[in-house]
Design a protein around this ligand. Sequence first.
Ligand code: ZN
Length: 128
Amino acid sequence: MSRFASTDKLFFKYLVAKRGHICEIHQRECPGIGPMHILSKAAAPRLRYDEINVVLACWFGAHYPTHQDPDDPRAIFARQRICELRGYATWEVLRFELKLRERMAQKVDLKMTSLWLKQQLEALCKNS
Ligand SMILES: [Zn+2]
């Protein structure tokens, strides 16, 4: 198990509590919904738990094709939807801004991130 596993799980729970258990690309409950990073965890490790860098997306309809083949129509659609969701005209501008965000962000502190996510989850559950 990776050192990120428990925080990753909390982050997913948090996103679902906030956004609902839906695929944000297709706006419905697709199978295999999970967090999809716009800038990958490898390219932007400091944006691993950054809400702007992450959308909830289905695996086969959006996530997998986006990482495998940029010309796949499912990948093209996913990029368009993400630009819409984030309010950017183009994928390139969105990615550029996220790269700047990565440069300005602090290193991930797993302990603090977990604590923060737990607090947020508690607050979100109280309000619903
Ligand atoms: Zn979907």
